[in-house]
Design a protein around this ligand. Structure first.
Ligand SMILES: *Cc1c(COP(=O)(O)O)cnc(C)c1O
Length: 394
């Protein structure tokens, strides 16, 4: 009997059911550790991180994608403990700013292992990164190509191309990525400038639940490699970006299912092409639980409102883009619809409408949100005078 690959059955399952999803169990922080952390006191919202889970996710990523070296997207969670864990697991890095570069270099990361993957870089930032020894820089326009080369003529460059973001919770297409129709012009200009345009990258969009987006991105990258070789360039990097999803309330394809698609697509790449990826969310999200507290409740016109001490500005901004977190409490009352808001006076600081939660929730009750290690504390601000959440590390 012919073995059916997960990728094939995924395509077939798309119309039938989602049974193929979650073929491998996802992990979360042990709740007893959250309780133990709370027992030491509560002053303000905090994120509790278990670095052992980060290690396991890094190992799982590498096991699923043996040819693909992960370079962590520092923006997902730049806590020094998180960064140190990545370093210990021999994970490289991807940055967008020189503050991120400084943080990593202070921890001893060699500049050569840091990829500058922000397609739009200030001249002063480029000069600084070049002076520190960063070698690899992304671009997605002729203008950025000229800018980088004017500062660092021997830079190793990779071209960010446009790729479908279908099925991603945070589609990025449009903001960045060279349109395929513009690739020839960029290659021509690189040849004219004698620039080392040596790679291709793409980003399928964050929390991408459609593995086929990576296949399309890799197919397009191969076409661009061929164009580069024809022009006399020497391509040697494929960077398949970030976007690997984590489990919240919606089903996701596991990294192993996504890896089947990617591994098949890269199988025929020449051995001298180095393949890297830029996972952010995937490596850190499952490692942490966010804890906040009910400041108060209010009933207005028959509608129940609940205000937390952390909202859109205090770490939970991803709900505004449609991410649905799991929310846990210790109340056992029957479920009723609640509107939930953060503590600030800004009208955008509303987290959820009609969220079904226990009817007996009240002032000072704790709220537990698992799998929140990514894009929470790194987004938080002190708007309206409310403190940043604490990061506590196990
Ligand atoms: C944000 C970002 C990533 C990480 O994305 P995730 O969805 O967290 O995996 C990777 N590469 C680039 C260029 C990014 O901007």
């Amino acid at each position: 009997m012919k073995r059916q690959t997960a990728a094939t059955s995924l395509r077939q399952a798309q119309t039938k059911s989602e049974s193929i999803f979650d073929t491998h169990p996802e992990v979360r922080l042990d709740f007893s550790q959250v309780k133990a952390a709370l027992a030491t006191g509560y002053q303000k919202p905090f994120l509790l991180i278990d670095t052992a889970i980060i290690r396991n996710k890094a190992r799982r990523f590498k096991a699923a994608l043996p040819r693909v070296h992960p370079h962590y997207a520092a923006k997902a969670n730049p806590d020094p403990h998180v960064l140190k864990t990545m370093i210990e697991e021999q994970v490289g890095f991807e940055i967008a700013s020189i503050a991120e570069l400084d943080m990593l270099m202070q921890l001893g990361v060699p500049a050569t292992e840091i990829f500058y993957s922000n397609p739009m870089k200030a001249r002063a930032y480029l000069e600084y990164a070049a002076s520190k020894g960063v070698e690899w820089y992304v671009l997605d326009s002729v203008e950025e190509l000229r800018k980088i080369v004017s500062i660092k003529p021997d830079a190793k460059l990779y071209l960010r191309i446009d790729t479908p973001n279908i099925g991603s919770d945070w589609p990025l297409a449009g903001k960045f990525g060279t349109h395929l129709g513009d690739v020839a012009e960029i290659i021509e200009e690189a040849v004219r400038l004698k620039a080392d345009l040596a790679g291709v990258t793409f980003h399928v969009g964050s929390q991408c639940r459609n593995p086929q987006n990576w296949r399309v991105g890799i197919e397009r990258a191969k076409q661009v490699f061929a164009e580069m070789r024809n022009a006399g360039l020497k391509p040697r990097l494929l960077n398949i970006g970030g976007g690997y999803p984590v489990r919240h309330t919606k089903p996701i394809p596991s990294i192993e299912v996504i890896a089947e698609v990617i591994n098949e697509a890269i199988a025929d790449l020449p051995a001298d092409i180095r393949v890297i990826a830029e996972p952010g969310r995937y490596l850190v999200s499952d490692s942490a639980c966010f804890v906040c507290r009910v400041v108060g409740t209010a009933t207005r016109n028959g509608k129940r409102w609940m205000y937390w001490d952390a909202g859109i500005f205090g770490g939970l901004i991803e709900v505004s883009e449609g991410l649905r977190y799991e929310i846990h409490t210790e109340r056992k009352g029957s479920s009723v619809p609640w509107s939930i808001a953060g503590p600030t006076c800004d009208s955008v600081d509303v987290l959820m409408q009609e969220e079904m939660l226990p009817n007996d929730l009240q002032e000072n009750d704790f709220i537990f949100i698992p799998n929140t290690g990514a894009y929470t504390t790194s987004y938080a601000t002190t708007f309206n005078g409310f403190p940043l959440p604490d990061v506590r590390v196990l």
